[in-house]
Design a protein around this ligand. Structure first.
Ligand code: TYC
Length: 102
C-alpha cells in the first residue's frame, strides 16, 4: 500500500497486519526445597527438553530465582502450568510454575 498525501513527496506505507495470537511465557520459580533432579525431570517431561538442556535451565532458575522455560499460546501455557503444579503437589514439592503475557 502506498499512500501519497496529496501531491507532497511524503510517502507512507500501511503495513498489512497479520493477526497473531498473544503468547505467554511459562516460568519456573526457585525455592529451597524442591530437589534439583525433580526440576530436571519436570523440564524433560513437560517441556520436551533433553537432559542437558533441562539441567542447564534448572541451574539458571536455581541461581537467578526464576526463568522462562517456554513460550506458548494461552491454552497450552495454562495446561503446562496446571501439569507442573499438579505433578509438584502430588510429589509434595513446593515448586511453583506461573505464566505471564509476553
Ligand atoms: N533450589 C533448589 C535446591 O537447591 C533447586 C530448584 C531449582 C528448585 C529450580 C526449584 O525451580 C527450581 N534444591
Amino acid at each position: 500500500d502506498q499512500g501519497n498525501e496529496g501531491d507532497t513527496s511524503v510517502v507512507t506505507k500501511t503495513k498489512p497486519k497479520t493477526a497473531r495470537p498473544p503468547m505467554y511465557k511459562v516460568m519456573l520459580l526457585n525455592d529451597d526445597y524442591t530437589p534439583m533432579e525433580f526440576v530436571v525431570h519436570v523440564l524433560e517431561r513437560f517441556f520436551g527438553l533433553n537432559h542437558a538442556q533441562s539441567f542447564e535451565l534448572m541451574l539458571t532458575v536455581h541461581k537467578k530465582g526464576l526463568a522462562v522455560v517456554g513460550v506458548f499460546s494461552h491454552e497450552v501455557a495454562e495446561t503446562k502450568v496446571a501439569q507442573v503444579m499438579d505433578f509438584a503437589r502430588r510429589h509434595q514439592h513446593p515448586l511453583q510454575c506461573t505464566m505471564e503475557k509476553e
